[in-house]
Design a protein around this ligand. Structure first.
Ligand code: GLC
Ligand code: CA
Length: 562
């Protein structure tokens, strides 16, 4: 395939920083982060050396899934501010040279959305009901759900409605919480509404969209029953939202009838033409939990989306051989469709990598960790591995996603009190899965301020651990050995040495546990083993941790010149 596309588009090499609005910065002291809080902290992100920010949802929402349950796609929830605040934040980002990407949640709305309320009020078979996935139940009186699908958050994926006269009615599908009914994407009316939503935010100046559950919007014809295969040996296994076994010989063969259906691609082609009609290289980034990578690459064919999150990379353990394999597979799958590979280690849905990389028990995506989890990490080990893993990731060609707080080395918060937990996963599994609250705790800015500088008061919607004081940004800022300094130096070097647009070449490291590569004029050695190895010769540009006398210690990555 020959390309006429320029290779210099910003998103091919961008570092995109994920802001989780409720936990980033609170401007008014109510304990909930907000848009003005974000606006006023943007200079600190610009100083870190990122290119763009992606904001998780801030739209009108009853917050049953932290805003991934949208009740109005074209307004800001009063919890987070107003549309004027949004404009003010966007202008500030652009003044600082940062692009701004917002989240689009098209698989489902909130059950509070007017479109769903109208559907509930209308009769079975009506145009209003056809916006969503309503079906008659099975059994003599429709008392059984239409099929056996289970919700990603636990429990069944169907809820029965009540007719206006109080009798039980049809069922509706929700792949997530019962307050998140799935849209019927075969309905052209639904498609038109979302085209308007795209235009609304593009007209307001956003630089793109991160598309939520971009592998889920179309369901297989007839909604056939499906039983997930037994969990495999990987970190992801059957616990990933895709529900397939990432280690199986042919993951596509065991694919659920609600994930990765071919029909989704036509939607993204339509969206791409809309984005292309705007100036300034606006982008679509897919949250698509699809295995293998060669299938995921379909989401980023030249006329579809621009990027897809590289979850197979995120799910790879800290070990040289599987890392090398997934890096090769990523570069080859994405370059086959002329897309950049992306890299990511943390987000708001997974255990933070400063904890995850030192877990000793399986932890499927979304399960989280809490006081009773098996295989809890040793914090120091987790932090060394996280710093080494980040230093490796930032040397790879392509575009990289960072999640707020990872630049401070924040671990997962394990000991949240049960009554503080808010993730629907926790409730829908009766506490069997802790869920994702542990990676969503409001982040620390100042060691000696109330709520560690998250806001002007002590309030924080999830309690912050006392150790946050030592991890606060103002403490780390002037410490050359801090995790924040490591990120800042690595990002500056990545830019200076043009690593994001470079080519990767593997080198012989002389040890199985050590990954060695060259990207342009930088050599990178990552020691994933548990003992030190001799440090190769060369000027050290960056080290993820203290180096011994001519030694590359365990769980350490180093960048050398030349
Ligand atoms: C995506 C989001 C997650 C949310 C789910 C349902 O996976 O990242 O946070 O709960 O979709 O919208
Ligand atoms: Ca607030």
């Amino acid at each position: 395939m020959t390309s006429v596309l320029p290779r210099t588009e910003w998103w091919r090499s961008a570092v995109i920083y994920q802001i989780y609005p409720r936990s980033f910065a609170d401007s008014n002291g109510d304990g909930m982060g907000d848009l003005l809080g974000i606006r006023d902290r943007l200079p600190e992100l610009a100083e870190l050396g990122i290119d763009a920010v992606w904001l998780s949802p801030f739209y009108t929402s009853p917050q049953r899934d932290a805003g991934y349950d949208v009740a109005d796609y074209c307004d800001v929830d009063p919890l987070f501010g107003t549309l004027d605040d949004f404009d003010s934040m966007t202008s500030r980002a652009h003044e600082l040279g940062l692009r701004l990407i917002v989240d689009l949640v098209p698989n489902h709305s909130s059950s509070d959305h007017r479109w769903f309320q109208e559907a509930l009020a209308a009769a079975p078979g009506s145009a209003e009901r056809d916006r969503y996935m309503f079906r008659d139940g099975l059994g003599q009186n429709g008392e059984l759900p239409p099929n056996n699908w289970e919700s990603v958050f636990g429990g069944r994926a169907w809820t029965r409605t009540e007719n206006p006269d109080g009798t039980p009615g049809q069922w509706y599908l929700h792949l997530f919480d019962s307050t998140q009914p799935d849209f019927n994407w075969h309905n052209p009316w639904v498609r038109r509404q979302f085209e308007d939503v795209l235009r609304f935010w593009l007209d307001r100046g956003v630089d793109g969209f991160r598309v939520d559950v971009a592998h889920g919007m179309i369901k297989a014809e007839g909604l056939p029953d499906w039983t997930p295969p037994l969990a495999g040996g990987s970190m992801g296994g059957a616990g990933t939202p895709e529900g397939g076994d990432a280690t199986a010989a042919d993951p596509a063969a065991s694919r659920a009838p609600f994930w990765a259906q071919d029909g989704v691609h036509e939607i993204y082609r339509e969206w791409r033409t809309i984005l292309n009609s705007y100036d300034g290289e606006r982008i679509l980034a897919a949250e698509a939990w699809v295995d293998p990578l060669t299938d995921m690459a379909k989401w980023v064919r030249p006329d579809e989306m621009h990027q897809a999150f590289n979850f197979p990379y995120l799910e790879t353990p800290w070990a040289a051989a599987p890392l090398r394999a997934v890096i090769d597979a990523s570069i080859s799958a994405f370059s086959a469709v002329e897309a950049p590979s992306t890299w990511v280690l943390s987000n708001h849905d997974v255990v933070r990598h400063a904890s995850r990389l030192a877990l000793t028990a399986e932890n499927p995506q979304g399960a989280g960790i809490g006081p009773k989890s098996a295989g809890l990490p040793i914090p120091e080990l987790g932090l060394s591995r996280a710093r080494a893993a980040t230093a490796l990731m930032l040397a790879l060609p392509g575009s990289t996603y960072l999640y707020q707080g990872e630049e401070l080395g924040l671990p997962e918060v394990i000991d949240l009190p049960d009554e503080a937990r808010q993730d629907p996963t926790w409730f829908r599994t009766n506490g069997e899965r802790y869920g994702r609250d542990g990676c969503r705790v409001p982040i620390p800015w100042e060691a000696n301020s109330p709520s560690y500088g998250f806001g002007p008061s002590d309030a924080a919607w999830l309690p912050q651990p006392a150790e946050w004081a030592t991890l606060a940004r103002d403490v780390q800022r002037h410490d050359d050995n801090s995790t924040l300094s490591l990120y800042r130096h690595a990002l500056a070097l990545r830019r200076a040495h043009e690593l994001a647009t470079g080519e990767l070449e593997w080198l012989d490291s002389g040890a199985d546990a050590v990954l060695a590569l060259r990207n342009g004029d930088v050599r990178v050695y990552a020691n994933t083993g548990d003992s030190a190895v001799p440090l190769p010769a060369g000027e050290v540009l960056l080290a993820s941790g203290p180096l011994g006398e001519n030694q590359l210690p365990a769980d350490t990555t180093v960048w050398l010149r030349g």
